[in-house]
Design a protein around this ligand. Structure first.
Ligand code: COA
Length: 160
């Protein structure tokens, strides 16, 4: 793919991110470990093909490590996700961040493959917690990828 630009998120991206959340993630907030997140409060990276946004990765700097909160590619399997993750790795290394973690749900086999192939390891599983997330955000569907019931949160960690 030609003309791919990756840049840091700016305030002018809020509208586009909110729209993506509505279209693909059941709207805001995002619920991660029972906590509500809004894209406007997160930093991260967006990928553009010419002027079209084709992927984004948003994260939070926490007390010790950093957490990927939302990561979406609309141009799957063309290397964009890897580019965004590498942008995050570069920033984390510059800041001496010891590790990055990410939560995904049990149905997300593509993400489990993606992260493990890039050096993340499983570090935790929270069984049946998606019911609680669903009570905060009823738009979370019952079935996820490959029609697998969405039940559990899995944590993966990348250690530098
Ligand atoms: C996870 C995600 C962000 C990765 O983004 P991506 O742009 O697809 O990432 P890449 O293209 O860099 O890598 C994707 C993988 O597909 C592979 N691939 C390439 N062409 C492919 C094809 N035609 N068919 C299947 N896989 C292909 C790539 O080689 C890579 O596989 P690997 O892990 O074996 O190396 C993306 O799948 C996504 O948006 N998923 C939905 C949202 C989500 O689950 N986000 C993460 C939750 S925390």
């Amino acid at each position: 793919m030609n003309n791919i630009i990756i840049r840091s998120k700016t305030n002018s991206d809020h509208k586009i991110l909110e729209n993506f959340m509505t279209l693909y993630w059941g709207g805001e907030p995002l619920i991660v470990h029972g906590k509500k997140y809004f894209t406007k409060d997160l930093e991260g990276y967006l990928a553009f093909n010419n002027t079209k946004c084709i992927a984004f990765l948003l994260f939070e700097r926490q007390q010790i490590d950093w957490e990927i909160i939302v990561f979406e590619s609309f141009s799957k399997f063309s290397g964009i996700g890897t580019k965004l993750l590498n942008a995050l790795f570069d920033e984390a290394k510059k800041n001496n961040c010891p590790q990055i973690h990410v939560m995904t749900t049990n149905d997300n086999l593509d993400a489990l493959r993606f992260y493990q192939r890039r050096g993340f390891v499983l570090s935790g599983i929270f069984l049946d917690v998606v019911d609680y997330a669903r009570s905060l955000k009823p738009s979370i569907p019952a079935l996820g990828d490959y029609d697998i019931p969405i039940r559990d949160e899995l944590i993966l960690v990348y250690r530098f």
